[in-house]
Design a protein around this ligand. Structure first.
Ligand SMILES: Cc1cc2nc3c(=O)[nH]c(=O)nc-3n(C[C@H](O)[C@H](O)[C@H](O)COP(=O)(O)O)c2cc1C
Length: 208
């Protein structure tokens, strides 16, 4: 059972997690400690039937800059032309200025296995796989923030997923879900507008 102070610090951590775009590569943790942190987040994230389908690749140093300054521009050029690359350049250079990128994949071989094992739920497993990825992502994002990093989440996977699988010799069954850029937070997140809580969450009934 979570104690009051544990739930307070968890709440604080999730309140602190924000989208931060202005990042630099000033070091916070060693590479080993960083990878360990990401492993811990992914390890604890829940998944449907405990399938543990999330797979993660951490890009550091030149692997990270290569993604934002070569792989993504090349993919954008091929799909949308040079103008799209020019228009995206400042944004992509901003991502490259961070310290690293965490690629979140789902191994669809495991999801197919679930569909075969439990045909009754077959259409739902791909949705639950995405939920599980989101859970691994938000754990990772929050832990990074708690360690002093800033992070933001990007989605170029439909353009770059296949290239990444070839480059890093990843299984064909991996499906890229999102790319989390992280680094030293040079500028804090801006103000965030919130809807009214009671319009989003309602309750019926009474507990004793
Ligand atoms: C599923 C999901 C997809 C997102 N995709 C992107 C994205 O492609 N690019 C981006 O800059 N931010 C993306 N974001 C970040 C959201 O814009 C951001 O979380 C939202 O505006 C709330 O701000 P906060 O993260 O500071 O709380 C995404 C967030 C979620 C949860």
């Amino acid at each position: 059972m979570a104690s009051t102070s544990a739930s307070t610090s968890f709440l604080q951590a999730i309140q602190n997690r924000r989208t931060i775009y202005h990042l630099s590569n000033k070091k916070i943790l060693s590479d080993d400690a960083l990878v360990k942190l990401v492993r811990q987040a992914v390890r604890e994230a829940p998944s449907s039937f405990n399938v543990q389908s999330s797979r993660v690749v951490v890009l550091l140093g030149e692997q990270h800059t290569n993604y934002w300054l070569k792989i993504v521009p090349d993919a954008l050029r091929a799909s949308s032309g040079e103008r799209a690359v020019e228009a995206s350049k400042p944004k992509l250079e901003g991502f490259a200025a961070g310290q690293g990128t965490i690629l979140f994949f789902e191994d669809m071989a495991l999801i197919k296995g679930q569909q075969e094992a439990f045909p009754r739920y077959a259409p739902n497993f791909p949705h639950w796989s995405k939920h599980a990825s989101g859970m691994a992502q938000v754990y990772t994002w929050t832990l990074l923030e708690a360690e002093g990093y800033g992070a933001n989440l990007q989605h170029y996977g439909n353009l770059t997923g296949e290239t990444l699988k070839k480059l890093y010799n990843l299984p064909e069954t991996y499906e890229l879900q999102g790319e989390m850029v992280f680094g030293y937070p040079e500028t804090p997140a801006g103000e965030k507008e919130y809807m009214l809580d009671h319009e989003r969450v309602i309750a019926y009934g009474h507990s004793e």
